[in-house]
Ligand binder design. Structure first.
Ligand code: NI
Length: 501
């Protein structure tokens, strides 16, 4: 028999493949947002875009969003950073790397041969914030061949001591830690669906996602399939506050406070003179050149046109990119993901005001071909809303993550579907020289060039790309300008424009 091998669900070294029963696609489950939710065993529900927004977004001002893509192995991961507190982001990145390593380790050479390729998608949710602590839950959805499931891991960051905490760090003595494990086991035992052996003694590594509700109870979140069959969805053990309090370390008490009563973290970057402040100032400044009205689009059947496209942003490097484009009066197209559009509305508005085109790259960067139609529709609709809120207009194009689409996905899209025919592989190289060389080598009239403005190395390559192509007579146009002569239609896929003269 073919053994289905899901990733080690976010827990290094713990293989739960043996617990996987059946091969049906489990519904995505959503965990409660701590701080405002006292439900201990949530019913499995669609964990759509709402789940990834987490705590009130206003708590996030001063915190940047980071993400990374692996377009070959279908990996997308988002996390948070604070410029003045590098360990906050690094702690999340280390946890992500373990999840990625486990996924990659389980990929077989023929994994991508099937109709539904594998995928790893990690979204991050802020679950606690205070002057002392920040908490981020990573929800890692792994799809492996025939079956998918989510793993949960919460990374707590101690801002005072500048270190990332493990669940063990939340408890005082070894005895207190053992008591916590026993309390977790008791809660699991009360759930009929939990495997008996896990109810006796849950492996310590399974206790890697602990959050707190508004009453101060601990919510211990278990990965799909780890302690119960997939039909049980996300299992959450609630440890009553009274039982918990005597066991917590000083750090654990601070974590609990940050989770049960989250406070804004806007001061996080105040102390630093960082690029975010500079970019806000740039965003507020009037555009020196390149206002859309000053330029008429070339006829790309006659002119030598090229469309530079930037995915997965906007991000902290995007304002710099916009300045570079403005210097060359170049237009580009930005395929944005919803959470970044919501986090950087000023940058997005600045891009739109400068005449760049904004496309929809979904909310959570999941491969749309494996999602139920309703969920895929929601991925697109919520990003439409985030872009509209920022710029006043809905996206005019759609690029499905990984370029993964089919007739069923295209039917859900209200705009032309845009892929590419030049891939700089910038996500892989992370080297400005290599990216610039790749773009210049493969450029051709009518090309749609794929890059990512979330990588500073990609943005650093842009001046050379603009100089080099301009010297060859290229005009830098948006995708809709490139395709204008073919009157692009909704639900049709395009990956290049006319070759010009
Ligand atoms: Ni992407």
């Amino acid at each position: 028999m073919t053994r289905l091998r899901p990733a080690r669900w976010g827990v290094a070294g713990v293989l739960v493949a043996s617990l996987l029963a059946g091969c049906s696609l489990s519904p995505d489950a959503s965990l409660p947002v701590p701080g405002g939710n006292d439900v201990s065993t949530p019913a499995p529900i669609d964990d759509g875009p709402d789940a990834s927004s987490g705590l009130d977004a206003r708590l996030l001002s001063g915190v940047d969003r980071a993400s990374r893509s692996d377009e070959e192995r279908n990996i997308f991961a988002g996390w948070y950073t604070v410029a003045a507190e590098p360990e906050f982001g690094l702690g999340q990145e280390r946890a992500l790397q373990e999840t990625i390593d486990a996924y990659v380790g389980d990929l077989s050479p023929e994994a991508f041969a099937g109709v539904a390729p594998p995928e790893l998608n990690t979204t991050s949710t802020l679950t606690g914030s205070s002057d002392r602590m920040l908490g981020v839950r990573q929800t890692s959805y792994t799809f492996m061949g025939a079956s998918g499931g989510s793993a949960y891991r919460t990374v707590w960051y101690d801002r005072e001591n500048r270190r990332t905490l493990s669940t063990r760090d939340l408890f005082d003595s070894d005895d207190d830690w053992e008591d916590f494990r026993s309390l977790s086991a008791e809660q699991l035992a009360a759930n009929d669906e939990v495997f008996p052996e896990e109810a006796t003694e849950p492996a310590a590594a399974l206790l890697d996602s602990v959050n707190f509700d508004s009453a101060g109870n601990a919510l211990v979140e278990f990965d799909d399939y780890s302690v119960a069959p997939g039909s049980a969805g996300a299992v959450v053990a609630r440890i009553a506050s009274d039982d918990l309090l005597p066991l917590l370390s000083p750090g654990g008490l601070a974590v609990r406070a940050a989770g049960m009563d989250p406070a804004p973290v806007t001061s996080a970057r105040k102390a630093t003179d960082d690029d975010d402040g500079a970019s806000s100032r740039r965003a507020a400044a009037p555009q020196a050149s390149g206002s859309p009205a000053r330029r008429s689009a070339p006829d790309c059947r006659k002119a030598k046109c090229i469309a530079l496209t930037f995915d997965d942003g906007p991000g902290p490097s995007t304002p710099r990119l916009l300045s570079m484009l403005a210097e060359h009066d170049a237009r580009a197209t930005f395929f944005v993901v919803g959470p970044h559009a919501r986090r950087y509305p000023d940058v997005l508005r600045q891009a739109a005001d400068a005449g760049h085109e904004i496309g929809n790259h979904t909310w959570s960067h999941r491969s749309l071909t494996t999602l139920a139609p309703d969920r895929a529709r929601k991925e697109l609709a919520q990003t439409d809303d985030a872009v509209s809120a920022a710029t006043g207009s809905a996206p005019t194009l759609t690029r499905p993550p990984y370029g993964a689409t089919n007739a069923a996905v295209n039917r859900l899209v209200h705009t032309p579907v845009v892929l590419w025919d030049v891939d700089t592989l910038d996500w892989k190289h992370r080297n400005a020289d290599t990216v610039a060389r790749a773009a210049l080598r493969e450029a051709h009239p009518g090309a749609i060039v794929l890059m990512h403005d979330i990588y500073p190395t990609s943005v650093a390559a842009i001046p050379r790309i603009l100089d080099g192509l301009e010297a060859q007579g290229y005009r830098f146009v948006t995708v809709s300008e490139l395709l204008a002569s073919s009157k692009p239609k909704a639900q049709i896929t395009y990956s290049h424009g006319p070759a010009g003269k």
